[in-house]
Design a protein around this ligand. Structure first.
Ligand code: BG6
Length: 488
């Protein structure tokens, strides 16, 4: 079996909005996660806001559009899990020591846009925010851990969402580029690996998971994506100009889609789903132009986009250097009416009878990862990095640890798949399992959906000491890294 390359980037992944906390400290501005409550697999997360008459509301967050004259609001009767999250803001030194103990070669984190630019409109960054991240990066480097930094991980400053309409507005491109440029300048020499937008394709993938969607919703989604592609392409050019050493990747939510039946309609629906949900974004970000099938996708929903010639030139000049992606599961596609749909709040296709599912309806399918990697390597011929993977599960904390053999089993299967992927000649350069330390779930806002190899004492009511504990998977992963993937 192929060996992992010597410089393979083993590590773990997190994101500011789910991990950092310190939501109202150090000059940080607010983001949408600060006005989003927790939910469960069956009950949606809510966005809280006041209408123009000051009346308080809490509305399911998925697909929410703030009404005219309304304002986002933190309301007294609600709990907001992302406010404290698992408090990297106050535990970063201790956490980095633990990552170092596991032997991490890289650590994926994101920079909270609103910690550098509280409203998103400032010209100069908030120095306290810059200092915080600089200290974190320095500490990582002291331990020879390469920072892998996501510039945008779902956290546009709330001010921009409320007053400019967020990514529906072309002005967001310039504001994001200013933020990205600031990151490249301030952290030059400390950070080399960057991701411009986390799971950029989710904007369209989430629309697919909703029911009764109007063409307007598709119009907005494709337009937002276009602005983000241009923002990403401009950031890539600036990042390369500031430091030619910079390696800047795209980040795709990777799901391997299978037809549920052999009905040709299901097979075609699957092919179109790959195009719309998976290929579309990376085709633009890695090949520098819209693919031929884009027009067909837009026409399907009468989408007409604001795209300028300069935008197209930018896309060409700002191709990403590598393909990074999350991979948790595969999914099925069908045109038939099925009752047994998976995924709780989000519809993730019908149950695949050949796979096992987590409590949150996510399948385990390591073979799907193999297939996915081969397809992407063939299509783009750029290095691949798996920057999220893992099992969200309920952990039982006992005697200062968690015996999480189920998590180890899940990761084992995916590491085995990575051996095959390397064997088959794919240029895979890194693996950073998601939520290497427990953090707040993005989908449900729960703490009980844990991915970590480090347990954090915090529950769904905000009670807990925030103390950190090594789970069984901690020691297991330490051995995996020490043996460079030979022992797993
Ligand atoms: C990805 C996101 O979608 O999956 C992460 O990039 C997220 O932010 C992760 O946390 C797992 O999803 P969830 O809903 O289990 O937190």
């Amino acid at each position: 079996m192929a060996k992992f390359p010597e410089n393979f980037l083993w590590g773990g992944a997190t994101a500011a909005n789910q991990y950092e906390g310190g939501w109202n400290e150090g000059g940080r501005g607010m983001t949408s996660s600060d006005v989003t409550t927790g939910g469960t697999n069956k009950t949606p997360r809510l966005v809280t806001w006041r209408d123009k008459d000051g009346v308080a509301h809490a509305t399911p967050s998925h697909g929410f559009v703030l009404p005219e004259g309304a304002e986002y609001a933190v309301l007294e009767d609600y709990y907001y899990p992302n406010h404290k999250a698992t408090d990297f803001y106050h535990h970063w030194e201790e956490d980095i020591e633990l990552f170092a103990e596991m032997g991490f070669k890289t650590f994926r984190m994101s920079i909270a846009w609103s910690r550098l630019f509280p409203t998103g409109l400032e010209d100069k960054p908030n120095e306290e925010g810059v200092e915080f991240y600089r200290n974190v990066f320095k500490k990582l480097r002291e331990h020879n851990i390469e920072p892998l930094v996501t510039i945008w991980h779902f956290d546009t400053p709330l001010y921009l969402e409320q007053n400019l309409g967020g990514w529906n507005n072309r002005e967001l491109i310039d504001l994001y580029v200013h933020f990205a440029e600031t990151c490249f300048r301030e952290f030059k020499g400390l950070v080399k690996y960057w991701l411009t937008f986390n799971e950029i394709n989710n904007t369209i993938q989430f629309v697919d998971m909703m029911s009764d969607v109007t063409d307007d919703v598709y119009q907005r989604a494709y337009q937002q994506l276009h602005y983000q592609y241009v923002a990403s392409a401009r950031a890539v050019q600036i990042g390369h100009a500031i430091d030619p050493e910079n390696m800047i990747g795209c980040m795709i939510c990777g799901i391997t889609n299978y037809p549920l039946t052999s009905d040709p309609e299901d097979v075609w629906a699957t092919i179109y789903k790959w195009e719309r949900n998976i290929f579309y974004s990376a085709d633009v970000q890695l090949k520098g132009e819209y693919p031929i099938y884009a027009k067909r996708l837009w026409d399907e929903h009468n989408v007409v986009l604001d795209i300028t010639d300069i935008d197209l030139e930018m896309l060409k000049k700002g191709c990403c250097d590598f393909y990074s992606f999350s991979y948790y599961m595969s999914s099925t596609v069908t045109t038939h009416k099925i009752d047994d749909m998976m995924g709780g709040n989000f519809t993730m296709g019908a149950r695949n009878p050949y796979l096992e599912y987590s409590e949150w309806g996510w399948s385990t399918d390591a073979k799907g990862l193999e297939v996915y990697c081969e397809i992407m390597w063939d299509r783009y011929h750029k290095p691949l990095m798996i920057v999220e993977n893992g099992l969200g599960a309920i952990d039982k904390f006992e005697d200062g640890t968690v015996h999480d053999d189920y998590r180890i089993e899940y990761m084992k299967k995916h590491i085995e798949a990575m051996h095959h992927i390397l064997d088959n000649g794919v240029n895979l350069i890194g693996y950073t399992p998601w939520g290497c330390i427990d953090l707040v779930s993005a989908g449900t806002g729960e703490m009980r959906k844990r991915y970590g190899m480090i347990y954090v004492d915090m529950d769904d009511e905000g009670k807990g000491t925030m103390n950190r504990y090594r789970k069984d998977s901690f020691n297991w992963y330490k051995d995996v890294i020490a043996s460079n993937g030979e022992k797993y």
